[in-house]
Design a protein around this ligand. Sequence first.
Ligand code: NAP
Length: 551
Amino acid sequence: MPDGINNHQAQGGAAPQFDAIIVGAGFSGLYQLHQLRDQLGLNVLVIEAGDDVGGTWYWNRYPGARCDSESHYYSYSFSRALQEEWRWSERYPEHGEIRRYLAHVADRFDLRRNISLNTRLTAARWDEAGNRWLIDTDTRGTLSATVFITAVGCLSAANIPQIPGLDTFKGAWHHTGRWPHQGVDFTGKRVGLIGTGSTGIQATPVIAQQAAQLTVFQRTANYSIPARNRPLTDEEWSEIQDSYEAIRERARSSTNGHPFVIFDKSALDVSPAERSRRYEEAWARGGLGFRAAFNDLLKNPAANATASDFIRAKIAEIVRDPATAAKLTPTDHPFASKRPPVDTDYFDTFNRANVTLVDIKATPIERIEARGIQTTETLHELDIIVFATGFDALTGPLLALEISGAGGHNLRQDWAAGPRSYLGLQPPHYPNMFTITGPGSPSVLTNMPVAIEQHTQWITACISYMRAHGFVRIETSEEEAGTWVAKVNAAANATLLPMANSSWYLGANVPGKPRVFMPYAGGMAHYARICDEVARDGYRGFTLSRARQVA
Ligand code: NAP
């Protein structure tokens, strides 16, 4: 049993009290615990539903799952010793390696004694009289904390489409974000995979190698850039170690938390020959850095069209059957207006004899039946269905917590028309609650560890300030949230991001979800400066109160 958890509840006593309760033991929760416990000396508990640490990577174990930020910067930067002792094996970290890294972090900083695994938060309620949060759990009764911090990730609530007849399917089916820990054996099986986002694009080539037959059901064709994954050589690793601080600094001062050097010219300001040479180089290097080939790919539609056309031409070059190549060619949104995937042999996989592509915009899925998936055209007989259909992103994991705030407020109702939050850090009416990488912050538009370190450090500094000045309550207002939401919208509208109608950034992938652009697109470094200024101004936009004012 972790420190600080006692039997008061079981004995009918008051809820066990903590200075802070954090939900989630992924990148965010682990580092937030380390800071609050080891820097501020607080009594902290992390609640985690899984049976180990890992967060998003605890659940996402589908074939081909690896991060498409490069390993040496998809990692914590706060500890030089940790950075020096952990040796990543490949350019992009595979899911198991990320879990081993996070387990190492938990052990190295002795975090496990304050983590309650296999514990699910069932509701969180603000107790006005006690000026505290009451946290209901499934295994430990009700706990209480002065500060409540959500570290639940942005992409953790699985989106499983309500296709009629799924319950009648005689084979097995799995969502990629809830993948069985023992794995799935595709040998000799007829597999159907629905969804061609980052996940489907990673899983398709790996499943195709094992399955007897793979049928990919595609709703929207996607752009994808080759990842060019490979083992990291000792020489590369020592170069990374030598320049680590500069790499970290570049990542922190960038728009997306990646240490890319963005070429400082428009795609329209160079000759066609130079443009094509730069795109070829970026394609050969591989990875999300393709977006840095020019400085206006996400701002100027004409500049973007040159990149979109380049990728379309690559698809036509790689895929031998022209009809399949045409179906795989995205036409309805500009490159990178949806989160751009990176892949290993995705388009080439459609040259295999055992792989078929079904365009479900042309021939929609009507239902699932015992033997497989029935489209308007035919029945696709299947043994296994893989749902690579993404997530109820950003708001889904928070709304699942059933949070009620001050004055009878309820987050589900408050966010019925879209998330409202100041700086993506705290919604109005939810005192002493902080949302790490919440909607309204750069979150999913960045290399996540950079956004996570910035948020957790800001929250730690804020709590430290409150304690130093005798404040016990921090809250924001409707007005501040409204002003910030307007800034989030303005930042998105200054880019091409809203041009993708089916993007999960907009909530468009989940039927009935309000279409609101959720992450802050004004840039990671710019956002961090705003947060720093808010703190420097005595937490401008927040009201801080001392105990006697609360009572
Ligand atoms: P996603 O990008 O939302 O893609 C879901 C796919 O399923 C889309 O092709 C979508 O089609 C399709 N789909 C959704 N509902 C459907 C329905 N009812 N019927 C048919 N098709 C449906 O989800 P994801 O691929 O899991 O990726 C989500 C995010 O997770 C990524 O964008 C990325 O940020 C992160 N991720 C990262 C990595 C990595 O780092 N390597 C890997 C995987 C995921 P539409 O496009 O038409 O909606």
